[in-house]
Design a protein around this ligand. Structure first.
Ligand SMILES: Cc1ncc(COP(=O)(O)O)c(C=O)c1O
Length: 358
């Protein structure tokens, strides 16, 4: 009975958020010569990294008195924050209304409804449209006195969750031996809070942003303007405006990778390591692999398995869906991907603009 991990005993599900494991991706580590780890955020009770933000947003609002038991939490979300809030809301005596674009995977809407939260689906429209899920959530909260808007994009309790917990966990789990942190960004809470904490510990840690097609963050870091091309099957990541959580991130390098690469990486890791990555996690791992191939071997690279792979069943793991998007569901051999990555140094953007005051 040696080496048995001591599990936690909790009185509330929200107490089980955080404290996730770090898992080495042996296959890609061996190929690249660096140790590539994912922080297993799918282990959170709601199955994603967004449980952490949900808990901090709600705890801070309760501490300040803005939110009280019996009130309704309202949030606009691609889904995972909604699931996180559903878990936290119930355990703290609040109701939840989730405003969500109607093109997100049914895996997530189902979970929100199973938790007994109300779901308000809206068409996916550009941010400037008043019917965008963000504006709709804000409007509903403004029109109802007993409602509280979580506002995960601008409310920095979001990045605080990672500054106070995720970053310190990574530091402790790697015993301070981390060279590179790689992260996708939706609100920027994850990359914001973790980069802030880890850079305070060691300013030499490189922070890489992984951006999907259709997101303007890469171009913003390059030029200061939000522009994008293409679109991505990934959900919950990528954005076309500067929000407060992202503004506070310390980013050294950025790369943009296409959906095509997520198919190759996710199938390889599934075959070799038995890990089923969700689409944003596959982007993280592809970017971590890319970073490893452009640095000397022997580095320790940490990224995130942001949510359960199962949440990408109807898109990343659905060949019919991939074909409809014009993607080849036959994965590119990993050796070809490696050769291509090695030859693509020009894809790496070294971030020299300071954007904190934009
Ligand atoms: C699956 C998934 N990955 C990554 C993220 C991005 O996290 P953050 O909002 O902290 O940037 C989200 C956000 O909703 C998500 O749902």
């Amino acid at each position: 009975m040696q080496n048995i991990k001591r599990g936690r005993v909790a009185g509330r599900q929200s107490e089980l958020i955080g404290g996730t494991d770090l898992l080495k991706i042996e296959s890609l580590s061996k190929l690249s010569g660096s140790s590539i780890y994912v922080k297993c955020e799918h282990q959170n009770p709601g199955g994603s990294i967004k449980d952490r933000a949900a808990l901090q947003l709600v705890e801070d609002a309760m501490a300040s008195g803005e939110l009280k038991p019996g009130m309704t939490i309202v949030e606009g979300t691609a889904g995972n924050t909604g699931i996180g809030l559903a878990i936290v809301a119930k355990s703290l005596g609040c109701d939840l209304l989730v405003v969500m674009p109607n093109d997100q995977t049914p895996e997530k809407t189902r979970m929100i409804e199973m938790h007994g939260a109300k779901l308000h689906a809206v068409p996916p429209v550009p941010f400037k449209d008043p019917n965008h899920f963000y504006h709709t959530a804000r409007r509903i909260a403004e029109e109802n006195a007993n409602y509280w808007w979580a506002n995960q994009f601008e409310n920095t309790s979001n990045l605080k969750a990672h500054y106070l917990h995720t970053g310190p966990e990574i530091w402790q789990q790697t015993e301070g031996n981390i060279d590179i942190l790689v992260s996708v960004s939706g609100t920027g809470g994850t990359i914001g809070g973790n980069s802030k904490f880890l850079k305070e510990k060691n300013p030499n840690i490189e922070v890489w942003l992984a951006d999907p097609d259709g997101s303007g963050s890469y171009e913003f870091l390059r030029t200061g303007a939000y522009e994008s091309s293409g679109s991505s099957m990934t959900e919950g990541i990528g954005i076309m405006r500067l929000v407060e959580n992202f503004r506070q991130a310390h980013i050294d390098y950025a790369i943009n990778l296409p959906d095509h690469d997520l198919i190759a990486i996710s199938r390889f890791v599934r075959e070799q390591d038995g890990i089923v990555l969700g689409s944003s996690s596959a982007l993280n791992v592809a970017a971590a692999f890319f970073a490893a191939l452009h640095r000397a071997p022997g580095k320790t690279i940490v990224t995130f398995a942001c949510d359960l792979g199962e949440r990408s069943a109807s898109k990343l793991y659905n060949s019919k869906y991939l074909q409809e998007r014009g993607l080849n569901s036959e994965p590119e051999p990993i050796t070809d991907l490696m050769t291509r990555y090695r030859k693509s140094a020009e894809r790496i953007l070294q971030v020299t603009r300071s954007y904190q005051n934009d």
